[in-house]
Design a protein around this ligand. Structure first.
Ligand code: 5GP
Length: 209
């Protein structure tokens, strides 16, 4: 069978690129699951612990680092964010594709640890749309919006090192495109070595009879 293993997919993009809406739509299509990250950021209105993030204090987060429980972590706009190894294991064990919704430094760290990971960079259709979406959220102070816009510019530069660019113009279309990218990637010859080995030994066995 072609590529039985799930893929580790990193989805990055500046704040305001629409990662959450895209992923909600993508998960409706099924077949993959998102890791729940740990963070020291305060919950936004409506966010739940263990659903949106594992919210923790700096002390608790630093304890996770010291105990080697994080696959990667970074400090972003004054808060820690990180992927727990246990989250990736939980999803892989279920045979699903793992989606890590993380910023670019984390993406780079994952690629270094797991070279097979697929890196997808999400952008809104224009810079004007990005600024509009950031302000439109209305949950952040002006200072926080400015910090995120400055960080967005830095992140976009790093997007050049990613494998795929995905434009979030219309969310249903972008979710389908993400599914298509993953399907296509799974057909890469380099990702199907086991299949080739199986077929080769089968053919050899038949010929040898
Ligand atoms: P937010 O505060 O808007 O939820 O997230 C801020 C940024 O942190 C986003 O770019 C998000 O993708 C990133 N992020 C969330 N979880 C993680 C994580 O586990 N690791 C890393 N490196 N970045 C994360």
């Amino acid at each position: 069978m072609i590529n039985k293993r799930g893929l580790t997919v990193v989805l990055s993009g500046p704040a305001g690129s629409g990662k959450d809406t895209l992923l909600n739509e993508f998960f409706r299509l099924g077949g993959a699951a998102k890791t729940i990250s740990a963070t020291t950021r305060a919950p936004r209105e409506g966010e739940r612990d263990g659903v949106d993030y594992y919210f923790m204090s700096r002390e608790e987060f630093e304890e996770q680092i010291a105990n080697g429980r994080l696959l990667e972590y970074t400090e972003y706009c004054g808060n820690y964010y990180g992927t727990l190894k246990s989250e990736v294991d939980r999803i892989c064990a279920a045979g699903l594709d793992v989606i890590l919704k993380i910023e670019v430094e984390g993406g780079r760290a994952v690629k270094a640890l797991l070279p097979d990971a697929l890196l997808v960079f999400l952008l809104p259709p224009s810079a004007e749309e990005l600024a509009r979406r950031l302000r439109g959220r209305g949950t952040e102070t002006e200072e926080a919006v400015c910090a995120r816009l400055a960080r967005a510019a830095e992140e976009i530069v790093c997007g050049r090192d990613y494998d795929y660019l995905l434009i979030n113009d219309e969310v249903e279309k972008a979710a389908q495109e993400l599914a298509e990218i993953i399907r296509t990637e799974k057909k890469r010859v380099s990702r199907n070595k086991e299949f080739f080995n199986e077929v080769t030994s089968h053919v050899k066995a038949v010929v040898g009879k």
